[in-house]
Design a binder for this molecule. Structure first.
Ligand SMILES: *Cc1c(COP(=O)(O)O)cnc(C)c1O
Length: 379
């Protein structure tokens, strides 16, 4: 599914040198490398504050703590996402309110958000699933109208651009009150262990969050709020700082692969390719509207699981993201949910399949993968 070794081999000299430097300096925690990477990421994203932390799940949790959400507050998020998003809501004893997604771009559905709002709703967490932004303009409008916070779960879309209707472009994760991301190795900007970050343009929130990530300390050994220990270590920061200058090229390589997949599948109505929403109807080389963390197809009329088995037998890795909707996961079952409200998610979990997607994928591999799928489905 991913080729981390191939990517490493291309940047080995710089990564090795950066890691070696951290070891020489022995500033393993909060060293200068962490600060350098933070500044470089702030510049890249065009955001005022980046606060590095230990992983993408912590980033979401800390964002919710920073906003002062209280037990019983309702937080609306997508039913079709990785469990981390809903996990931290539940962990903080907030009430997760799962809603349906769009069938074409897999992102949170705007009408479903509107329908789920109650007097207890305090925040919306759109997940920029598979590498492209949810409809942020509509989400920010709803948030403004109902006085809600917006936390963007940007674990899958770092480097993606969001285009407003008026043409204004901003980086994913910098639109809501807070954005979060993950540097898990297989993410678009991955380190060699765990890592994450929180983004905000709000000076006050940034100050609060910087304390929370460090045991609620704003002054040494003065603990003003309940915090956590969530740090990006210097070795991970060194890897990330070496990779950040390549992020746009990595995302372009992903888009190139997606374009090849799209072209191959275009004639087949029973293989539905992922839609690019929000600004770019076609995939363009000029912008990063979609950064394809996953390249996810919908297979109709053929049993998806039989296809998965066939591809595995042919030595083609593939994944199903996600096979079970969150509202059916034992940890998150809730009487408030009505199956009729999850038509799209319930359908997608049966149809989706994600194909190999990484920066080192070549045209020959893509041709073999697409030909194998087309032959199996269409004979
Ligand atoms: C990966 C991911 C996370 C969690 O990130 P970790 O660094 O693994 O904790 C959260 N949300 C989404 C959508 C993700 O894909």
């Amino acid at each position: 599914m991913v080729d981390l070794k191939g990517q490493y081999n291309n940047i080995k000299d710089i990564v090795d040198a950066e890691i070696q430097q951290v070891i020489e300096n022995t500033a393993f925690i909060n060293g200068p490398k962490v600060h350098e990477f933070q500044k470089n990421l702030e510049n890249y994203l065009g955001v005022k504050h980046v606060i590095p932390c230990a992983n993408g799940t912590d980033a979401l949790q800390i964002a919710m703590m920073g906003l002062g959400l209280k037990p019983g507050d309702e937080v609306i998020t997508a039913n079709f996402t990785f469990a981390a998003t809903v996990e931290v809501i539940a962990l903080l004893q907030l009430t997760p309110v799962l809603v349906d997604v769009n069938e074409d771009d897999f992102n949170i559905n705007i009408d479903a958000i509107k329908k789920a709002i109650t007097p207890k709703t305090k925040a919306i967490v759109p997940v920029h699933l598979f590498g492209q932004c949810a409809n942020m303009e509509a989400i920010m409008e709803i948030a403004k109208e109902h006085n809600l916070y917006v936390i963007e779960d940007n674990a899958q879309a770092i480097g993606a651009t969001y285009t407003y209707k008026n043409g204004k472009k901003v980086k994913a994760g910098t639109i809501g009150d807070i954005g979060s991301t993950s540097f898990f190795p297989s993410k678009n900007l991955g380190c060699y262990g765990d890592g994450g970050a929180i983004f905000t343009n709000d000076d006050n929130l940034a100050h609060i969050i910087r304390g929370i990530v460090n045991h609620g300390m704003y002054e040494r050994y003065h603990h003003d709020v309940v915090g956590v220990n969530s740090r990006l270590d210097s070795i991970q920061a060194a890897v990330l700082d070496a990779k950040l200058p390549h992020l746009d090229a990595y995302n372009r390589a992903r888009r190139h692969a997606a374009l090849k997949y799209n072209q191959a599948f275009k004639p087949y109505k029973n293989i539905i390719t992922p839609k690019v929403a929000n600004g770019c109807e076609v995939i363009c080389d000029a912008c990063d509207c979609h950064v394809y963390h996953q390249y996810t197809l919908r297979i109709v009329g053929t049993n998806r699981d039989v296809l998965v088995k066939h591809l595995n037998e042919q030595g083609i890795p593939c994944g199903v993201y996600y096979p079970i909707p969150l509202h059916k996961q034992k940890a998150y079952i809730d009487d408030r949910y009505n199956e009729a409200d999850f038509k799209v998610t319930n359908q997608l979990v049966k149809e989706v399949i994600s194909l190999p997607m990484h920066t080192e994928l070549d045209d020959e591999q893509i041709e073999f993968i697409t030909a194998t799928i087309i032959k199996f489905i269409n004979g």
